[in-house]
Design a protein around this ligand. Sequence first.
Ligand SMILES: [Zn+2]
Length: 49
Amino acid sequence: MRTQFTLKCTDCKSENYTLTKNKKTHPDRMEVKKYCPTCKKSTVHKEKK
Ligand SMILES: [Zn+2]
């Protein structure tokens, strides 16, 4: 079973990525370093609930 979630930039708070994940393998909130087009650099993106 896969759940859809949004990755939000911690710098500018824009929602840049929508991903799916397996809740059994990743039960916690994910934190990923990804490129933010608004900040024009790689920032930490946090899962938004
Ligand atoms: Zn940003």
